[in-house]
Design a protein around this ligand. Structure first.
Ligand code: GTP
Ligand code: SPV
Ligand code: MN
Length: 611
């Protein structure tokens, strides 16, 4: 048995409640050693991991990590939210009773860290000193050293964050146990993995993975799922899967901040790190705040404020290149300490590659291993077309490494929010941008956000996989109550942000090309939105919101295929009427959906019918 008290004393960990929690879980998982870590331990831990072969060196002081081949993404089926109140059950949150969930996981974790080190990671999911700090502190226990290195990049890590809490009991208890990955039956009926947020106990218990959001518990489990619950329980804030960016007009000095909810893999990282298109670069400057999570609340001045609770970016590698996301490329250069997970790795040159990094893969195959570690040169003819990198391979880097990170990204007071946008992946129907000025209609729009399923379900062409506010995998309680909480928080602001729905993904039905060039050009749509909010342009009212007039969009330096712009500024009435039917079924599933939302739905439906 480890002498827990001695280890915690030596680390200067004084919070009695944290000490008790560590001792309890050490008793369950029975590690051989315990180590309390701070961000300053990073270099030593990386060295240890290199020596142990857990990480491989990438040139320029960067790192490569490979996860078990059946452990490469979040598993939504194995993720649950547990509480003691059955009223918290929603359509999407996989609600379970708290007691039996804690019991199951305690049994599953029992003795599973034997032979390993348990790392104690005190962390904060907010800039220090923020008004929401009491919801941001946590202590992750993990038996994986690479998880520590990821946490050090993604969160603020150190003992001081939990020694000096105003309320010493207010921290999230986050336990991560990797388990015996080759023997967990991933994807079978006997799947042993279980990822639970026991929200009313502010306890997170994740067993059976060492990848991403399954294992770095500050990010998704705390920053989104637990915070979603806490935001409503306290009545004080919203925690959303949102990007956060700022746009400055250098001519007038005006600045606007925008948050955006796009479902996973729909372009949050790209948009949040965007630069102005070359032709507009002299006038507009875009600043990066966050690419995946924002917490929102009403400030003393009646405005909505937001900050990014994270300290880093865990971004999709695929298709990240100089053209699509130059700032991301710069944020992972030599000297950044970036970690690459499940991309292709060259063991001779210590280089990394992923699909879309360059147009074609490196020609010289010497030394290249695919994400599973198999030499590319030894691939059989059948294997030749398989991707080198896993499609969900990612890079991890700190916010401070992003070249256009906002100067005030660590301001604990956050920034005022001018606009809330939602965007999915839709190949038809959704125009480039439509602005929504009514709160209930904005919340309704978020609730009916969706992304195209990657394959069209049998005969159900055009049906979206609905993803309310991009929170489907992270909702902690029922959708109706969630909508009510949104109406309450945003409704309490005396200065209302504008809402908008954007779509960069409309395609030509004939040849499939994207009608809008996307990426950096997306700023043009956002500029129209803030100008509309400020009354500088009027747009054109349609049943589903206000669309830009062609001449109102700043298209300087942009070349588009003749006719494409017309199509993405048009409302397809028939498709929209069909969509209204789908939405009705979608919304009808939600208990206690506020009447304001149904009214908004009926208003839009009626306006469409009458148009
Ligand atoms: P998570 O980190 O999983 O929450 O995802 P994300 O929303 O941050 O997704 P990300 O920004 O990594 O985008 C995923 C994919 O969308 C990539 O393949 C991008 O190349 C593609 N993408 C992003 N922006 C655009 C765009 O404007 N147009 C087009 N056509 N594709 C885009
Ligand atoms: C997502 O899947 O939306 C992510 C990555 O941001 S993970 O942290 O693995 O959930
Ligand atoms: Mn995400």
């Amino acid at each position: 048995m480890v002498d827990v008290d001695r280890v915690l004393d030596e680390a200067g960990l004084k919070n009695e409640h944290v000490r008790e929690y560590v001792a309890y879980w050490a008793g369950v998982t029975t590690p051989d050693r315990i180590e309390v870590v701070s961000a300053s331990d990073d270099a030593r831990l990386l060295q240890e991991s290199i020596e142990a072969g857990e990480l491989l060196p990438v040139s320029g002081g960067r790192y490569y990590s490979r996860s078990y081949y059946k452990d490469t993404a979040r598993s939504e089926e194995r993720t649950v939210v547990a509480t003691s109140d059955p009223a918290d059950k929603g359509v999407y949150n996989n609600w379970k009773p708290a007691d039996e969930t804690v019991e199951t996981l305690t049994e599953r974790m029992r003795g599973q860290s034997a032979g390993k080190t348990m790392y104690v990671i005190p962390y904060l999911m907010s800039p220090a000193g923020s008004p929401l700090e009491q919801y941001a502190a946590g202590v992750e226990l993990t038996d994986s050293r690479p998880v520590v290195q990821q946490m050090i990049r993604m969160a603020r890590v150190g003992v001081d964050y939990i020694n000096n809490l105003a309320d010493p009991t207010s921290f999230v208890r986050a336990v991560h146990v990797t388990g015996d990955l080759p023997n967990l039956g991933q994807g079978t009926d006997d799947d042993q993995r279980l990822f639970a947020t026991v929200a009313d106990q502010r306890t997170i218990l994740h067993f059976g993975s060492s990848y991403g959001g399954n294992a770095l518990l500050g990010k998704i489990a705390h920053g989104l799922r637990q915070a979603c619950y806490d935001g409503r329980a306290s009545g004080r804030f919203l925690a959303e899967q949102f990007l956060l960016l700022g746009i400055t007009d250098k001519q007038t000095g005006k600045k606007w901040n925008i948050v955006g909810g796009f479902p996973s893999a729909s372009g949050k990282t790209n948009l949040s790190m965007t630069l102005a298109p070359d032709a507009l670069g002299d006038r507009y400057y875009v600043e990066f705040y966050g690419d995946d999570i924002a917490w929102l609340w009403v400030g003393d001045d009646g405005k909505i404020y937001a900050f990014n609770p994270e300290n880093g970016v865990f971004g999709v590698a695929k298709d990240t290149n100089e053209k699509t996301n130059p700032t991301a490329m710069e944020s992972i250069l030599p000297g950044t300490g970036a970690i690459f997970t499940n991309v292709a790795y060259n063991e001779k040159t210590q280089d990394v590659w992923w699909e879309g990094k360059t147009k074609t893969p490196p020609e010289d195959l010497d030394g290249w291993l695919d994400w599973k570690g198999k030499p590319i040169a030894e691939r059989s003819p059948e294997e030749r077309d398989e991707p080198w990198a896993h499609p969900n391979s990612r890079f991890t880097t700190t916010l401070a490494n992003v070249p256009n990170v906002a100067k005030d990204f660590e301001d604990p007071q956050g920034v005022p929010v001018d606009a809330i946008i939602f965007g999915g992946r839709t190949r038809d129907r959704e125009p480039l941008i439509r602005a929504i000025t009514d709160l209930a209609e904005g919340v309704y729009d978020g609730l009916t956000l969706g992304a195209e399923a990657t394959f069209a379900a049998d005969g159900k062409e055009g049906i979206l996989r609905y993803d309310p506010m991009s929170m489907r995998p992270f909702l902690a309680y029922g959708e109706g109550d969630y909508a009510a909480h949104w109406l309450k928080i945003i409704g309490a602001a005396t200065e209302q942000p504008i809402f908008a729905h954007v779509n960069w993904f409309q395609r030509d039905p004939e040849d499939g090309h994207f009608l809008w060039p996307g990426y950096r050009e997306n700023l043009r749509a956002l500029l129209w939105l803030v100008q509309f909010k400020d009354g500088e342009v009027t747009g054109r009212q349609t049943p589903v919101g206000v669309l830009p007039l062609e001449e109102e969009l700043n298209l300087e330096g942009l070349e588009m295929v003749e006719g494409d712009l017309d199509k993405i500024l048009t409302i397809d009435k028939e498709r929209w009427l069909q969509e209204i039917g789908f939405r009705e079924e979608h919304l009808a599933q939600f208990e206690r959906l506020p009447e304001e939302i149904w009214e908004a739905h009926r208003r839009v439906a009626r306006a469409l019918e009458e148009s």
